[in-house]
Design a protein around this ligand. Structure first.
Ligand SMILES: C[S@@+](CC[C@H](N)C(=O)[O-])C[C@H]1O[C@@H](n2cnc3c(N)ncnc32)[C@H](O)[C@@H]1O
Length: 261
């Protein structure tokens, strides 16, 4: 796998998976990923930047257990015996973000599972919105626990991948995925909104959630690097969202806000 890193933050459709990365104290950069170098060389002539080879470790099956509520696995055939009786989610290691291995996904999974467990008798009537769904891992985790879920991603490759994972897990009508930009159009009501995005997107998203604040929605936000968390907490606080939980894995934060209707 190769990555082109450029400071040109283009809005053009690239037909390749990409991510905008904001490192504290540095200008944002766009990363575009491809298994072949040639498509990136073509983009490099337009957008400049640097191409490097990503050193991937040999893929071995990945399993993540969240208490005894859920196991996320990349290959159920290799699931350890002691995990066999736990409700399971299989996520293909494909071109979209969100296999469960990244710290932000792990933090969000923990928070989503805990939120769902606390819903108790209301599980089946719970609605969840996953903004920036990638592989659909968070949406599918909530659906596996009983919620009705919608997942959005502006990257059509990610939505294709999420639909593949939906079929793989046979979660049928409980989930639907759409190609949508989280900053365009209205955001439908939900009991829980989970958004593992980037801090600048979260700062633009928060003011768009006023009706959700009034309705008592819970927000789980991640994709927040150390040093960015206070900016999000301050903005959320000004908009009437009290912080109810804060977690950190390495340099990544996950924040939960629960509004009082
Ligand atoms: C960090 S990944 C999170 C994936 C998955 N939800 C997880 O937790 O592992 C962020 C996702 O947000 C998507 N994204 C970025 N900007 C977006 C936007 N403006 N609207 C919709 N999706 C966006 C990216 O394509 C990417 O799939």
């Amino acid at each position: 796998m190769y990555v082109l890193e450029t400071r040109t933050l283009t809005t053009a459709k690239l037909e390749l998976p990409s991510a905008q990365i904001q490192r504290p104290g540095l200008p944002p950069v766009l990363q575009v990923y491809s298994p072949k170098i040639l498509p990136l060389r073509k983009l490099q002539t337009r957008f400049k930047g640097r191409i490097r080879k990503l050193h991937q470790r040999k893929s071995s099956p990945f399993h993540l257990r969240i208490r005894y509520d859920l196991v996320v696995t990349s290959d159920a055939r290799f699931l350890p015996k002691e995990f066999k009786d736990i409700p399971r989610l299989q996520i293909r290691a494909g071109p979209a973000f969100g296999t469960g291995e990244h710290a932000t996904t792990r933090l969000c999974l923990r928070y989503v599972v805990q939120f769902m467990r606390k819903r108790g008798n209301h599980l089946k009537s719970s609605s969840v919105l996953d903004l920036g769904c990638g592989t659909g891992v968070l949406a599918l985790a909530a659906a596996r626990m009983g919620a009705k879920v919608e997942g959005w991603d502006h990257d059509s490759v990610a939505v294709q991948e999420a639909n593949r994972n939906l079929r793989l897990n046979r979660l049928g009508t409980r989930v639907c995925f759409h190609v949508r930009d989280v900053l365009r159009g209205s955001v439908p009501p939900a009991n829980l909104i989970v958004a593992n995005l980037y801090d600048h997107l979260l700062l633009h998203l928060l003011p768009r959630l006023e009706s959700h604040r009034r309705a008592g929605t819970t927000l789980i936000l991640s994709g927040i690097l150390k040093g960015q968390e206070n900016g999000i907490i301050r903005t959320a606080h000004k908009l009437g969202w009290p912080l109810t939980r804060r977690g950190r894995l390495g340099r990544w934060f996950c924040l939960q806000f629960t509004s009082q209707p």
